[in-house]
Design a protein around this ligand. Structure first.
Ligand SMILES: NC(=O)C1=CN([C@@H]2O[C@H](COP(=O)(O)OP(=O)(O)OC[C@H]3O[C@@H](n4cnc5c(N)ncnc54)[C@H](O)[C@@H]3O)[C@@H](O)[C@H]2O)C=CC1
Ligand SMILES: O=C1[C@@H](O)[C@H](O)[C@@H](O)[C@H](O)[C@H]1O
Length: 332
């Protein structure tokens, strides 16, 4: 394909607007449409770009003749409808995580893609494109430290958005650790337990924040995740692999170290758009390249389904206080 890939961006909120700016500077791509029921937001995201049509209705954007690919950045509950419509039209899709908010919806998407007969979907688990995570993956794959035994993960946000629920600490935030653990270890997660301390007084009333999530894998590895989405001080995502002959840890790099009279301070990024800016850039570049070549790259629909199934087990573990096993469907 010689002309740039015309992309429809569905949803022009935090992620959608950021992806519009990113696509506008990505070689081989152009933003052809932005759809958001809040058309003011869509127009703002498209401001300054040539040839972008704004739609109030997401699915209308998919019928625009110059739209050749779709980037889904609308709320989680709207992903399934957008994905099924894109797959029905044979359009490659980069869908922000989670693929769908529950495993039933995610499996319907997997099945629709299987019926279409070719892979069309990439899920926005951008950590797979982060330099530090890639180095950790390469180290574990090289087997230099021996077999992995445990992963210790931390996922802290300054504050959570108003719509955030206690379940979303797992289904939205920890979904990244679920994918990262499956990818780093090359193993499936088989059981989940969730413990929680008293809620932080810095969290909105009723929100169970923080939580401590423990995953077991089919390879006998334990993965613990501290998730704390109203920590107040910064955006911190770390992962330490404990292996038989050593450990390796990523995510401690400060945004900046400032030295001034009498001391030094380490600055911490305040949100994911800053911490993972390079990862999102690489993710979108890889997706555009693959879509132009008629392929997909990175985590696919099945990875999105597996993450949704583990997250659903995690939410049941949170509600029940019990250890919950993960049941994965037969892969189509
Ligand atoms: N990969 C990552 O690190 C992150 C991923 N996300 C994911 O990105 C997606 C969007 O999240 P945010 O941008 O934070 O949300 P947001 O609330 O800032 O923006 C969502 C936008 O979608 C619009 N919208 C609602 N229904 C729509 C529909 N049917 N079609 C098109 N647009 C619709 C809303 O009007 C709003 O402008 C979510 O799935 C979220 O889980 C969010 C934050 C970070
Ligand atoms: O995907 C994301 C958000 O939806 C989620 O709410 C945050 O906790 C994550 O850090 C961010 O990467």
């Amino acid at each position: 394909m010689s002309e740039p890939l015309g992309v429809a961006v569905l949803g022009a909120g935090h992620m959608g607007a950021d992806h519009v700016r990113r696509l506008a500077r990505t070689a081989g791509a152009r933003v052809a449409a932005v759809a958001d029921p809040d058309t003011g937001r869509a127009e703002q995201a498209a401001a300054g770009l040539d040839g972008v049509r704004v739609h109030a209705e997401a699915l209308a954007a998919l019928h625009q003749p110059d739209v050749r690919a779709v980037l889904v950045a609308s709320p989680d509950a709207t992903h399934e409808e957008a994905l099924l419509a894109a797959v029905a039209r044979g359009l490659p899709v980069l869908c922000e995580k989670p693929l769908a908010p529950d495993p039933g919806a995610a499996l319907r998407v997997v099945e629709a893609e299987a019926r279409a007969g070719r892979a069309l979907i990439q899920v926005g688990f951008m950590r797979r494109y982060d330099t530090a995570y890639r180095r950790l993956k390469a180290l574990l794959d090289a087997d230099e430290l021996g077999r992995s035994l445990m992963l210790h993960c931390r996922h802290r946000n300054v504050s959570s958005p108003p719509h955030f629920t206690s379940s979303m600490l797992i289904s939205s935030s920890v979904s990244h650790e679920i994918d990262a653990a499956r990818w780093l270890l090359g193993q499936e997660i088989t059981a989940v337990t969730v413990a929680r301390p008293r809620p932080s007084s810095g969290a909105p009333a009723g929100l169970l924040d923080p939580q401590l999530v423990l995953f077991e894998t089919d390879g006998g590895v334990l993965v613990d995740v501290e998730v704390f989405v109203n920590c107040g001080f910064g955006y911190e995502v770390t992962c330490e692999a404990v292996c038989e002959r050593g450990t390796a840890r990523v995510g401690d790099e400060p945004a900046m170290v400032v030295r001034s009279k009498g001391g030094a301070r380490r600055e911490i990024a305040q949100d994911y758009l800053v911490r993972f800016a390079d990862a999102y850039d690489r993710e979108v570049r890889a997706w555009v390249r693959a879509a132009r070549a008629g392929r997909t790259a990175g985590p696919g629909a099945w990875d999105g389904y597996a993450a949704a199934a583990v997250a659903e087990a995690g939410v049941r573990a949170l509600d029940s206080g019990e250890r919950v096993t993960v049941e994965l469907a037969e892969r189509p």
